[in-house]
Ligand binder design. Sequence first.
Ligand code: PLP
Length: 430
Amino acid sequence: MNYYSLNKKAPNTTFKDAVIKGLAPDKGLYFPETITPLPQSFFDNIDDLTYPEIAFEAIKQFVSPEIPEAILKTIVEETLSFDFPVVKLNDNISTLELFHGPTMAFKDVGARFMARCLGYFNKDNTNEVTVLVATSGDTGGAVANGFLGVKGVNVVILYPSGKVSDIQEMQLTTLGQNIKALEVDGVFDDCQDMVKRAFLDEELTSKIQLTSANSINVARWLPQLFYFMFAYKQLHKTHKEIVFSVPSGNFGNVCAGMMAQQLGLPIKHFIASNNENNVVTNYLQTEEYNPKPSVQTISNAMDVGNPSNFIRIREIYKNDFNALKNNLSSFSFSDAETKVALKEIYDKYNYVADPHGAVGYLGSKAYLENNPKAHCVFLETAHPTKFLDVVEAVIKEKQPLPEQIQSVMGKTKEATKISSYDGLKSFLLK
Ligand SMILES: *Cc1c(COP(=O)(O)O)cnc(C)c1O
């Protein structure tokens, strides 16, 4: 598959090149030249397919021929070595648990898939690649875990000091080897801006091959479309109007869901559930897109003031505002509302959600007010114990810690503090 830049000022390129570059030379995000819907028989027979088989069929067109089919099969099998269960709360609301991977957030799938693609592309050359990634919480850990020990790949993670949870910080600062963490005196947008600036810095990019493992990278972004198919497989017999409520930050996950829909998956509607970082909620109301500085919330992985993937969503709908609005609703919720929702989910359904999932639950409820026949699936994007302080304070019960969380606790943090772009640059050049 070839990819074009959404800035339209760079040549089209292969999947391999798009993965290695991350961003196009004109700084645009890459987008596939074509999207060919899967045959109806794929959806008719989905019950007979395993998750890796579904994933293989769904992603094949986007990665071939640069990744041969036999290799791709191995990559999806290794990537998807855990479960993606749907848990039903009531007749109208389910949750899709995306936190059963090694770092207990949905970003594990994209990170593991991308790491394996880069590992394959690097298999017989000695050109080192540096993966530069900004994290608002979960990307860092998932990327650190997914890329640990991958030959020829150095990983540098920027995270906002004091604005990620303790467990998230442990997950990204304690692995060592080819993984380095930079603790930035600032907010997530500062981290993201520094990463963008590094890509623009010709002095730097002439010396080292930089790529991104944020969802701007097609190999991180596209595998997320699997989730929507896995949920469909579990629900399609009992529910006809499936709506996904996606707790959104950079809008990579919801945009991947829209790609699944473009492939023919019968999804009725999407809900982008936001915390108080509500650029898109406002856009759908006013048709004015006004990025603004992010504000800190208890659903910190969604504290994004200028969502990088929104431009891909506009591309899917060919910049037709009404077409987008017909397919996407968006709601924004405060921390206070999120805490009430956490408590409600626990009291009513005996289910422990995390703050991001709780925002998704609230989005589902808001949508159902006017669409009572829908079945809303909110994505549980992280395990509740990643946000232990908030969750335990609200539901007033101690939570048992899963093995993946226990294994990072008490490890020694190693991070280099930086406060400006120059700090990042000199770190990369040394
Ligand atoms: C990254 C993340 C999100 C936001 O996903 P986007 O693809 O950036 O919209 C939501 N919840 C959790 C737990 C995350 O880690």
